[in-house]
Design a protein around this ligand. Structure first.
Ligand code: HEC
Length: 128
């Protein structure tokens, strides 16, 4: 007797095609929006949330997603791009001295999954 194992990847692909957009995608965008409003709007303009806020010399999220072809990578690695390393701490990662911040810095403490959520939210800002 021959046992036929289903091709798991094919089954999952069929399932996800049948279900349409991945469930939870809207949740991820909402989470990303809340995270961006809380942690990033101090310096960046975040869509409609603080259209006249942020810091003038800091690029708006809108500008970043529209101006750069590699904007996704920039969001995925923002914590390693200046000026963020001096105040962003991602849970679970090692830092030379995690609790030392420049004077007046307000630390931003996030988790790895938050970065994907913020990127998913940023994608909704992109002009079609
Ligand atoms: C204290 C101010 C400040 C906060 C808070 C801040 N940023 Fe930034 N961010 C900046 C500045 C300033 C730049 C521009 C740096 C440059 O052009 O050299 C920047 C640039 C970026 C860029 C583009 C980086 C590149 O190299 O092109 C991304 C992506 C970004 N920020 C994401 C975020 C996210 C996501 C958050 C919130 C979790 C955040 N930032 C919070 C100040 C801040």
């Amino acid at each position: 007797m021959r046992i036929v194992l289903p091709n798991v990847a094919a089954v999952l692909t069929t399932l996800s095609l049948a279900l349409g957009p991945v469930p939870g995608e809207a949740d991820e965008v909402a989470t990303g929006r809340a995270l961006a409003e809380r942690h990033c709007s101090r310096c960046h303009v975040i869509g409609d949330f603080n259209r006249f806020g942020g810091i003038g010399s800091t690029p708006s999220f809108q500008l970043l997603v529209d101006a750069f072809d590699d904007w996704q990578e920039r969001f995925e690695t923002f914590q390693a791009r200046r000026p963020h390393p001096s105040f962003v701490r991602v849970a679970g990662f090692d830092y030379p001295d995690p609790n030392v911040f420049p004077p007046n810095a307000s630390p931003v403490e996030i988790e790895l999954g938050d970065i994907a959520a913020i990127r998913a939210f940023a994608e909704t800002l992109k002009k079609q």
